[in-house]
Design a protein around this ligand. Structure first.
Ligand code: AMP
Ligand code: MG
Length: 342
């Protein structure tokens, strides 16, 4: 398969899974490629290694993502999140689940609550509204909003307990796909094989691109269809980790319209309504953490460009904003080519 055809295949996967990132390939070497399903999304793994070794590594990557999903899914009945959501206050949990809940707390602190994993009651309310097409009344929004608050999350390491506020529902939707990229990185980091892993709107590029010095990532045009790109990013893996984690949040992923107004799936935990911060999409590139790239993309979308920029700078992540007027801006470290439509 030539390079153009491979990109077309990636686009086809993108169309099925509403993936918002399209990755071009490092050079002409044909990668080993496999697809799975976890986190409610297609997972694609591409490895630049011999067929036998790659099949093994890809299997381990998919297994570790599924293991993560079995902890944080809110639809699988036995997951920690499902059990926590049905519990009145707390459950006993493993070290790795406590670590994930800890990351949620940390990212809520960093973003001043714009990322808040306790938004579950609101996500459920707005997911239902997407199905019915009816905007929930103010009382229902206020009720769902009433229990939201990351400050009530508690992790008791000694007693191995994770606790939430009464009535709260935990939702990993804003960080889980990025966390899945971390799981993939944990499998890859002991070896020297170049790889691309995508999980919905999050991606990991690992190792060195065989041709040129950067990976090319497409960012979707919010006004276009799945395969229309607004611009392409040139990503160099981080110096210490050999990895870059990329996540995009956009108002075109899941939404409905009522009276000419768009109600999308990214909720402002202050108002309880879909955020309205003058942005159509936010792409975050972290060189250390997939969880952070995903959580921050959601949080930056909620808080808007001006509040996001100092946080991005302090954390050393790069960001690309697509504004409501269609203009594009990015942090200094991020190279991008505008206007590259496919
Ligand atoms: P993403 O596409 O990564 O921006 O994640 C959006 C999903 O995360 C939504 O479908 C909700 O399940 C959940 N979510 C929405 N708003 C927030 C928020 N402010 N903080 C944390 N999770 C959120
Ligand atoms: Mg996110």
């Amino acid at each position: 398969m030539n390079k153009k055809a491979l990109i077309a295949v990636i686009c086809a996967v993108a169309a099925i899974a509403a993936v918002i990132l399209i990755i071009t390939l490092p050079g002409d070497k044909k990668p080993y490629e496999t697809t799975g399903f976890a986190m409610g999304s297609a997972v694609t793994v591409k490895l630049y290694d011999s067929e036998e070794a790659a099949a093994d590594t890809a299997g381990s990557i998919l297994d570790s993502i599924k293991e993560l999903d079995s902890m944080i899914s809110d639809t699988l009945p036995g997951s920690y999140v499902s059990r926590l959501n049905s519990a009145s206050v707390g459950i006993q949990a493993s070290e790795s689940f406590m670590d994930l809940m800890d990351r949620c707390r940390v990212d809520s602190v960093i973003t001043n609550g714009a990322f808040d994993a306790t938004v579950g009651t609101l996500s459920a309310l707005w997911a239902n509204a997407r199905e019915t097409g009816i905007v929930p009344d103010e009382k229902a929004v206020a009720e769902a909003l009433g229990v939201v608050g990351w400050q009530q999350l508690q992790i008791d390491r000694d007693r191995k307990l994770v606790m939430k506020g009464e009535g709260q529902l935990i939702d990993f939707g804003a960080a889980g796909k990025g966390a899945a990229c971390d799981a993939a990185y944990d499998v890859l980091r002991s070896g020297s094989v170049s790889a691309v892993v995508t999980v919905g709107g999050s991606a990991l590029v690992y190792g060195n691109p065989a041709k040129g010095s950067f990976w090319t990532i497409g960012v979707r045009d919010p006004d276009g269809s799945e395969n229309d790109l607004k611009c392409t990013l040139k990503i160099k893996p981080g110096e210490n980790s050999s990895a870059a984690f990329i996540s995009t949040s956009g108002d075109y992923e899941r939404y409905f319209e009522s009276d000419g107004k768009r109600y999308h799936h990214i909720i402002d935990p202050v108002t309880g309504y879909p955020s309205d911060s003058g942005l159509r999409s936010v792409t975050v590139v972290s060189y250390v953490s997939g969880f952070d790239s995903d959580a921050l993309a959601t949080a930056f979308f909620v808080m808007g460009e001006q509040k996001a920029l100092p946080i991005a700078e302090a954390l050393g992540v790069d960001v690309l904003f697509i504004r409501s007027d269609g203009s594009v801006s990015a942090t200094e470290g991020l190279e991008f080519d505008p206007g590259s439509r496919q």
